[in-house]
Design a protein around this ligand. Structure first.
Ligand SMILES: Cc1cc2nc3c(=O)[nH]c(=O)nc-3n(C[C@H](O)[C@H](O)[C@H](O)COP(=O)(O)OP(=O)(O)OC[C@H]3O[C@@H](n4cnc5c(N)ncnc54)[C@H](O)[C@@H]3O)c2cc1C
Length: 483
């Protein structure tokens, strides 16, 4: 446990408050790079940069993260042994350059797990922190700093190469390049008046609750159910989501994708297929006996190319009609978790409701946390529960998130939302396009904010690939070692 946030300890720490007006870090340095957000994306960016042989020795960068922990974010903050990765260990290396890295680390730190297991997410946080710590140790002291603060504005300093970053604490720093690694932003809280509880600290005791409503049916909802079961909840779950479907379970044993199928998917993707011909090709393969899991996995790494080849009409059609179907088949859950859900359904303790929650109000009842949810599913109805938990996961509209930084970037026209408002408009390398379509060559995004241009952009396999390419660009632009 001592190494749980080793990287945060190894990084040079600056706390918020104090000197509020300076444009520099306390030690008088300007930054080559500021990484905004210290979840997996931010940590992975720092790791790749610090491990890159081409980076000059005087390179200075900082991760700015309000919670002061690195590699935690929404997904990996948990220490519950029940909250498992939804990708097998062998697919979770921090770097594509060394696919066996996580499995090797596991064999020493937690040898009870095999490469095919779904391991606790807290363990994964320890691994990525260890990777970053190791990279920090290879560099001069002070190469990486951690600022415990929230960035509320990024502004280009006119007539110079610098970006100014304004923090919630009042401090301002400047950097030559900025990576926005903001991840899973909280949706704006217009719906629930604070009455929906956090999935990560929902309630102290479950014993006196009879009904628990969970809004959302994704991986977060599964976490809530597994935790509540382990803590003695014996009442009924009411799981509400527009489509009323949980993620599909992974096949056991693991079904690898045959090389011919990989080749077939690569060829198909390179032809810029229309959505309709893609679906036809998919159905033909299914009829020939290929399992859907192998088909979905064979398409995964080509999803940015396929997405970018789609017409605007096909993209819209996909988002409206097929996105949920794609998500529940791609972002699967491990069988162990889904077996708990199946048992609860069989015992009559879990009901799935296909509806949208349109409002929440407090109920006067014997339980402090009791609420009435307003539901819409064709007609309007209400549903009462002793506790309601927000398990909705990712934001679906960048303009409806609770992020002062996103508001500032868009209102200042430094950035613009993509066509579908899934994230920011960026070029292939993740460089932000301003409202006038001008590329901000030293302002990058990574992860969730790239969803509009890559579709699949929220999980480790996609993020580490983006990071690798982005770091090459950053090194070439701002931090090359002398030849
Ligand atoms: C429950 C759950 C389970 C998951 N399981 C897996 C899995 O098993 N495998 C997998 O590959 N993926 C999984 N994912 C996907 C997951 O989102 C990614 O793997 C990864 O966590 C994304 O990291 P991130 O850094 O992009 O985002 P986040 O983890 O959301 O981190 C973003 C960070 O940015 C910070 N931040 C935001 N705004 C600012 C600001 N203005 N200033 C400073 N800091 C800011 C936040 O505080 C946060 O710490 C899971 C997701 C969830 C929700």
């Amino acid at each position: 446990m001592a190494s749980q946030n080793r990287a945060a300890d190894s990084a040079h720490r600056y706390h918020s408050g104090g000197d509020a007006s300076g444009e520099k870090l306390d030690n008088g340095e300007d930054l080559d790079l500021a990484i905004v957000g210290g979840g997996f994306s931010g940590l992975c960016t720092a790791y790749h940069l610090l491990s890159h042989a081409g980076v000059k020795s005087s390179f200075r960068c900082a991760i700015i993260e309000p919670c002061g922990r690195l590699g935690a974010g929404v997904a990996y903050q948990t220490d519950s042994p029940r909250h498992l990765l939804n990708v097998r260990a062998k697919g979770m290396s921090i770097t594509e350059n060394d696919p066996g890295s996580f499995v090797r680390w596991l064999s020493k730190a937690a040898p009870e797990f095999s490469p095919y297991d779904f391991v606790p997410r807290g363990l994964y946080r320890r691994y990525i922190n260890d990777c970053l710590s190791h990279a920090i140790e290879q560099r001069q002291p002070g190469t990486l700093s951690l600022l415990c603060d929230e960035v509320i504005a990024v502004e280009p300093k006119s007539g110079s190469q610098w970006y100014l970053l304004k923090m919630k604490s009042g401090r301002t720093i400047r950097a030559k390049a900025v990576v926005l690694a903001l991840g899973n932003l909280p949706p704006r809280n217009s719906l629930d008046n604070g009455l929906l509880h956090s999935p990560w600290s929902p309630c102290a005791t479950y014993h006196n609750l009879r009904t628990m409503a969970i809004v959302g049916a994704g991986l977060t909802a599964l976490d809530v159910i597994l935790e509540a079961e382990a803590r003695g909840f014996s009442g009924r779950y009411l799981v509400i989501s527009p489509h009323g479907q949980f993620p599909k379970p992974h096949c056991e044993p693991h079904l690898p994708v045959p090389a011919e199928l990989h080749e077939w998917a690569a060829e198909l993707a390179s032809d810029n297929p229309k959505l309709s011909s893609l679906l036809r090709a998919f159905q033909l393969k299914r009829k020939s006996g290929i399992h859907w899991e192998q088909l979905v996995d064979s398409f995964r790494k080509h999803s940015p190319a396929i997405w970018n080849g789609f017409s605007l009409r096909d993209k819209r059609l996909f988002l409206c009609r097929l996105r949920t179907l794609w998500n529940i088949h791609l972002h699967r859950s491990c069988q162990k978790s889904m077996q708990v859900v199946s048992r609860l359904k069989a015992d009559g303790r879990l009901e799935q409701i296909a509806a949208r929650v349109t409002g929440v109000e407090k109920l006067d009842g014997c339980v402090e946390t009791a609420v009435r949810l307003k539901l819409q599913s064709g007609s309007l109805s209400t549903l009462d529960a002793d506790l309601a938990i927000n398990g909705t996961g990712l934001f679906s509209n960048i303009l409806r998130t609770d992020s002062p930084l996103i508001d500032q970037l868009i209102s200042s026209r430094l950035a613009q939302p993509d066509e579908f408002k899934l994230g920011l408009k960026v070029n292939k390398g993740g460089q932000v396009l301003s409202a006038n379509g001008v590329m901000q060559s030293n302002l990058f995004t990574i992860g969730t904010l790239r969803r509009g241009s890559e579709l699949e952009s929220t999980a480790v396999p996609e993020i580490r690939k983006q990071v690798r390419a982005m770091v090459e660009e950053i090194v070439g632009r701002i931090a090359p070692a002398p030849k």
